[in-house]
Ligand binder design. Structure first.
Ligand code: GAP
Length: 443
């Protein structure tokens, strides 16, 4: 399968209601996106799938949801105020602004403006956190930040979760939520945004067992991507060099996807954050953030392994990887072979035509299916075109109501991938579809 041309793909996302530019009627805003009716379904399905595998199916992880704006001391302690910055340079000629380390170095060891070849200013550090104020007075004392990662919500709640759940090490705290970064150069569609959503889990372990747990999480997380159907040849694992490690990390491994616009790029990071965050918060908050180890009778500061990913990048990966253009019996079709659990619409209800005799049974089938599956009713244009439209948005099954239905009370189920059709009595439709979809799907 070939990867899509990016322009075709972005236009499909807009045309079919997956992703729109934020505030588009005003010309948009760089790095901000809206998710349309199909996009929000896919996003919710990604979140539910992650939560199921990281929280529901495990006996050692609990979830939380913390506020986006936190006490600004959090970001002093975490090191984000001091170090969460990218180098930035301006072109002296065309005045465009660049993230310095994104610009290639030429054979003379210099960087010139990628736009016009002009001379660049020296790099200065630009902090990526968005600032705002709490309360009516806009002074230094009321400055707060929009969180650039969800992780700190877990660290500052370590004690709360430990005492309320009486967990033993190792255990994890997971969260899904918005994060904000004032990226210098947002771009590549929804790949690098200024507002995005993260799914992160902080896994607290005994010091000394951290390296082993890190390896286990790298493997688990890689397998999660494979289980969603992302092709192995498009994924790779990349070790961070010493120079690029975050200030809190002893070792970080990225899972990367081979994007058509950028080559291999990060979709998830799995970091060994050591005891850095808990120690810093203990110091800044004047608390002891420790765990009492009954085996040794000692207080310990746990180490932390963190699988961290962005939903928007995951969304992009899944759509690109499942996209295919095919020729079937001389006819072209575009199909999203999305994993059933992720498909925004599970079943399309398609009366053969708008003939008035077909409307009542088609409505009856639709009413029957709606409580069980996300459905779409479509009766516009020829049945062939409607199959194509459903293929293009990844709907696994189409149910067609035809004139035979009036005689035998049965319908035809069409499979998105094989395009095979089978006849099923309406009375059996829900269990048959449930079985075909995924027996593990939540009801
Ligand atoms: N708590 C660790 C952390 O935030 P990160 O590597 O900076 O680590 C984790 O971010 C994930 O969040 C990335 O792998 C990526 O999927 C997503 N992410 C980060 N910055 C992003 C941005 N500007 N736009 C979209 N997703 C982003």
């Amino acid at each position: 399968m070939t990867q899509p041309n990016m322009e075709t793909f972005v236009s499909l996302c807009k045309r079919r209601g997956f992703v729109f530019q934020s505030s588009e009627i005003y010309g948009g805003l760089g790095g901000f996106w809206d998710y349309g009716p199909l996009g929000v379904e896919l996003k919710n399905n990604i979140k539910r799938n992650w939560w199921r595998s990281m929280v529901q199916l495990r006996d050692d992880v609990v979830g939380i949801e913390t506020s986006i704006i936190m006490n600004p001391r959090v970001w002093e302690a975490s090191g984000h105020i001091a170090t969460f910055a990218d180098p930035m340079s301006d072109c002296k000629d065309c005045k465009r602004r660049w993230r310095t380390d994104d610009i290639a170095i030429n054979d003379k060891g210099e960087r010139h403006c990628p736009e016009c070849g002009g001379e660049l200013t020296g790099a200065r550090m630009f902090n990526l956190m968005f600032k705002t104020f709490v309360g009516p007075v806009e002074d230094e004392a009321s400055v707060v930040y929009l969180r650039p990662e969800t992780a700190q919500g877990m660290f500052v709640n370590f004690e709360n979760v430990l005492t309320t759940t009486r967990r033993k090490l190792p255990f994890g705290i997971a969260q899904i939520g918005r994060s904000f970064r004032n990226e210098i150069t947002p771009g590549n569609f929804i790949f690098r945004d200024r507002e995005f959503e993260q799914m992160e889990m902080e896994y607290f372990v005994m010091p000394g067992t951290d390296e082993e747990w890190h390896d286990r999480w790298i493997e688990d997380r890689f397998n999660w991507w494979l289980a969603l159907g992302v092709r192995n040849q498009n994924l790779r694992i990349r070790e961070h060099t010493k120079e690029e490690l975050s200030h809190y990390s002893k070792r970080t491994v990225d899972i990367e996807y081979d994007f058509p616009f950028a080559g291999f790029a990060e979709i998830e990071g799995i970091a060994n954050r050591t005891d850095f965050d808990l120690k810093k918060h203990a110091e800044f908050a004047g608390r002891t953030l420790q765990y009492f180890d009954e085996a040794t009778g000692q207080q310990v500061v746990p180490y932390v392994i963190e699988p961290a990913m962005g939903i928007d990048r995951c969304f992009l990966t899944l759509l690109i990887d499942s996209y295919a253009e095919e020729e079937v019996r001389g006819e072209k079709r575009t199909v999203l072979r999305l994993h059933h659990d992720l498909a925004p619409i599970k079943v399309a209800v398609l009366p053969l035509s708008r003939n008035e005799q077909l409307v009542p049974p088609a409505r009856r089938v639709w009413d029957l299916l709606r409580p069980h599956f996300m459905t779409q009713y479509d009766d516009a244009q020829s049945i062939g075109r409607r199959y194509r439209r459903q293929d293009e948005i990844g709907t696994p099954y189409g149910v067609t109501i035809d004139f035979e239905t009036l005689e035998d009370d049965a319908v035809t189920i069409r499979d998105r991938d094989s395009m095979e059709q089978s006849r099923v009595p309406i009375a059996n439709l829900v269990p048959v579809l449930r079985e075909k979809l995924d027996p593990s799907l939540p009801a």
